[in-house]
Design a protein around this ligand. Structure first.
Ligand SMILES: CC(C)(COP(=O)(O)OP(=O)(O)OC[C@H]1O[C@@H](n2cnc3c(N)ncnc32)[C@H](O)[C@@H]1OP(=O)(O)O)[C@@H](O)C(=O)NCCC(=O)NCCS
Length: 381
């Protein structure tokens, strides 16, 4: 019998698959909201650990809750020797995202609780994963350059520890603030591909390590996590502000997409890009890379004059790569830094979903032959 003719929502575009009170993206108004707070408010006044608590538990912590939360994270922040050895053994040749995926999966395989479907255990696993992320991503950054690991310092916060484990030096207050804010800006963003991937996995009642490993695998693709690397490449290719008009006109005439512009949801200026632009200006100035910022700013003007009326504005990826580059990171670390932040959103939304769980099982419209066809023995085909 023929299948009923059903409308196909390719990529699930526009399909609402769950309810969430974790975060909200208003693409028309250019608002990003975590649990009711505007991203600008959190970026200016909060810090990543507090925001992670907010996403996970639904409210800002009081002093005692916050101290307990930080103490929990810091109690499991160190990596075991075998984890460090694993990173060293593959970190100098594999892509940092492949290493990150492998390490989270490995740590999960060693966690005796990782077969539990109990909600409390899933929450504890979330905290254990998050607590180790600064050291994992920092150690991966060093291993990719053949450098020995640096142990995290329990006196430092999440962002500062990541910078310390990556560079081997304690960051100054400005570097810490910039990295911390970058992490806040990337902590959650609606029902994006990697978050959805985490939900699909947790909904099978798999463990949190599996959900986060799925999310990392999904974030690895250039259509999701990799645009800031390409945006920075384009800015470097344009080279100086005077070239922006000519290079962009040529690229647009060739129907090329300019990385770091446009967004599926935002049809106005991405609020995260506005905050990052300020940081990009200050860090490039500090590092003698002003021309990068000036070129980007001119590219922005050209793009808005050409495509602004179609709703094309800079997105989060346009300025984030420049900020990470100025902080000394290689471009292959940009996506792992994204994961370092997004782990809060992945785990918060997974815990929220599994509380009122429903296995995902969408349908595909069959467009193959209906048959029934005769089976012909292999010798006669
Ligand atoms: C993100 C993206 C896939 C959204 O695509 P989309 O939803 O199809 O975009 P829109 O429908 O708003 O595009 C409107 C028009 O602007 C064009 N456009 C969109 N983004 C563009 C870009 N970055 N460069 C050039 N033209 C662009 C589209 O081709 C379309 O042109 P048309 O009217 O001639 O068909 C797209 O903007 C893109 O590829 N951007 C670059 C990659 C990037 O930065 N990704 C990170 C997102 S956080």
């Amino acid at each position: 019998m023929m299948q009923a003719d059903t409308e196909v929502h390719k990529g699930l575009e526009g399909v609402i698959v769950s309810e969430s009170s974790v975060g909200f993206v208003d693409g028309q108004a250019g608002r990003l909201v975590y649990r009711g707070f505007n991203i600008e408010t959190l970026a200016a006044r909060s810090n990543y650990e507090e925001v992670a608590y907010l996403l996970l538990y639904g409210h800002l912590p009081n002093q005692k809750e916050f101290e307990n939360f930080k103490a929990t994270l810091r109690s499991t922040m160190e990596l075991n020797t075998d984890t460090v050895d694993l990173i060293k053994s593959i970190g100098h040749k594999a892509h940092p995202m492949s290493v990150l995926r492998t390490v989270v999966s490995y740590i999960g395989a060693k966690d005796p609780k990782s077969n539990s479907t109990d909600l409390k255990d899933q929450e504890e696993m979330s905290l254990r994963i998050m607590s180790k992320f600064p050291a994992i991503v920092g150690t991966i950054a060093r291993a990719s350059k053949g450098l020995n690991p640096v142990r995290p310092d329990p006196k430092l916060g999440y962002a500062a520890n990541f910078l310390y484990c990556s560079t081997g030096s304690r960051p100054d207050a400005e570097q810490e603030k910039i990295m911390d804010t970058c992490l806040i800006l990337h902590a959650d963003h609606g029902s994006n591909a990697s978050t959805f991937s985490a939900l699909v996995t947790i909904a099978t009642l798999a463990d949190m390590y599996s959900a986060v490993t799925s999310a990392i695998s999904t974030l690895k693709g250039p259509l999701h996590g990799g645009a800031n690397e390409l945006a920075l490449e384009t800015i470097k290719k344009v080279g100086k502000p005077e070239n922006a008009e000519q290079v962009l006109s040529k690229m647009l005439a060739n129907k090329e997409k300019i990385m770091g512009f446009g967004h599926r949801v935002y049809k106005v200026y991405d609020p995260r890009a506005r905050i990052l632009k300020g940081f990009a200006e200050s860090v490039t100035h500090k590092n003698g890379k002003e021309v990068l910022f000036q070129t980007a700013e001119q590219m922005e003007k050209v793009m808005i004059s050409k495509l602004g009326e179609k709703g094309i504005f800079p997105n989060v990826d346009f300025y984030s790569g420049m900020v990470y580059d100025s902080l000394g990171f290689e471009s292959n670390m940009f996506t792992p830094i994204f994961a370092l932040a997004r782990v809060a959103g992945w785990t918060a939304r997974s815990l929220e979903y599994v509380k009122d769980n429903k296995l995902f099982r969408p349908k595909a419209k069959y467009v193959g032959e209906i048959g029934p066809k005769d089976y012909i023995e292999i010798q006669k085909r």
